[in-house]
Design a protein around this ligand. Structure first.
Ligand code: NAD
Ligand code: UDP
Length: 339
């Protein structure tokens, strides 16, 4: 299938590109490199042993996107591009609404112009908000508690309204849980700029000696060991979920929201210990107060993905830690050349 991938140079996009190319999809990708490096594309090409075209462009730039759509004529779009930092979204709500909502609307308008009817959208478990029950099923109430989560929920609604205009349109709203890990080659992985907000990149920077210790945000939650519990999913499993979603929307019409998680909750301290085992490095940590807005626990009900997409996560927590460590230790400065 001819697939336009937005944000293909990012963490999830780059791993998905490898899987799409391996499955012989014809790919074009667009990225403005606001949170990634063009070096990713060299590595994706090496890993997949294939080439693809890309353009440095902003999904909000209607003229640039219009030229790309008319030249490539995609049959489907996978839309990763957007801003994703929860804390920043609270400080700069208008930027987040501008980037995430306008980007999505512009894409849908361009799709209409060339009669492209299929989209896979990067949504997030943050659309659920405070759990009324766990695991979250896809019909759990949707009450995001931050601006970022609202941009995801409202994008889902915009896409659903777009799809409702024509019964031949098809949209898959993929609600990711916590993506971690790296390609098992160690060639591509997560490369956050500045101080990582997320647990796994922080742990791996402690392991490599870039940070002295991990701050564990709270040990007094009502969880198995008092620390926060999340559903971590290996990035390669997440990537294969996108290819399954593409297969699905090429054969079915309408809108579906699907959780991509493992269905298992893992605590912060369990992750620390798993990382120590996988890397052979000691991870020092200090218990700190809870982080504002953090939920005690959440994890996915992943049965819909299994039934609808024939997809199930296969990688273990050990795989997630071992692959993160391989990427981190082979690329201590991420995609930046070593000084
Ligand atoms: P990322 O920042 O690594 O990738 C996003 C990519 O999009 C980057 O390469 C960035 O340069 C590009 N980009 C951003 N704004 C753009 C724009 N206006 N035009 C063109 N390119 C633009 O993030 P990621 O972790 O790969 O996330 C991908 C998507 O998945 C995002 O929409 C994110 O909200 C969503 N998501 C991520 C997570 C997570 O924990 N990583 C969880 C749930 C959902
Ligand atoms: N966490 C932590 N220290 C960090 C980063 C995260 O203890 O430096 C905890 C956080 O409180 C949560 C879990 O790790 O319980 C996952 O946090 P992350 O930010 O990766 O994902 P999210 O909270 O968005 O699910």
């Amino acid at each position: 299938m001819r697939v336009l991938v937005t944000g293909g140079s990012g963490y999830i996009g780059s791993h998905t590109l490898v899987t799409l190319l391996q499955e012989r999809h014809d790919v074009f990708t667009v990225d403005n490199f606001s949170n990634s490096s063009p070096e990713t594309f060299n590595r994706v090409m090496r890993l997949s042993n294939q080439t693809f075209d890309f353009e440095e462009a902003d999904v909000n730039d209607a003229d640039a996107m219009s030229s790309i759509f008319s030249a490539f004529e995609p049959e489907a779009v996978i839309h990763f591009a957007g801003l994703k930092a929860v804390g920043e979204s609270e400080e700069k709500p208008l930027l987040y609404y501008q980037e995430n909502l306008n980007g999505t609307m512009n894409l849908l308008a361009q799709m209409d112009k060339i009669n492209c009817r299929n989209i896979v959208f990067s949504s997030s478990a943050t659309v659920y908000g405070i759990p009324e029950f766990l695991p979250y099923t896809e019909d759990h109430p949707l009450n995001p508690i931050n601006v970022y989560g609202r941009t995801k929920l409202w994008s889902e609604q915009i896409i659903s309204d777009w799809a409702a205009t024509d019964p031949s349109k098809s949209a898959m709203l993929l609600r990711y849980f916590n993506p971690v890990g790296a390609h098992d080659s160690g060639q591509i992985g997560e490369d956050p700029s500045g101080i990582p907000n997320n647990l796994m990149p922080f742990i791996s920077q402690v392991a490599i000696g870039r940070r002295p210790y991990l701050n564990v945000f709270g040990d007094d939650f009502d969880t198995k060991d008092g620390t926060g519990v999340r559903d971590y999913i290996h990035i390669s499993d997440l990537a294969s979920g996108h290819v399954k979603a593409l297969d699905y929307i090429s054969q079915h019409k309408g809108v579906e929201a699907v959780n991509l998680g493992t269905g298992e909750g893992v605590s912060v301290l369990e992750m620390v210990h798993a990382f120590e085992t996988a890397s052979g490095q000691k991870i020092d940590y200090k218990i700190m107060p809870r982080r504002k807005g953090d939920l005690a626990a959440n994890w996915a009900d992943s049965r819909k993905a299994e039934t609808l997409l024939n997809w199930k996560a296969t990688k273990t927590i050990h795989d997630m830690c071992a692959d993160t460590w391989r990427w981190q230790s082979q690329n201590p400065n991420g995609y930046e050349p070593q000084s």
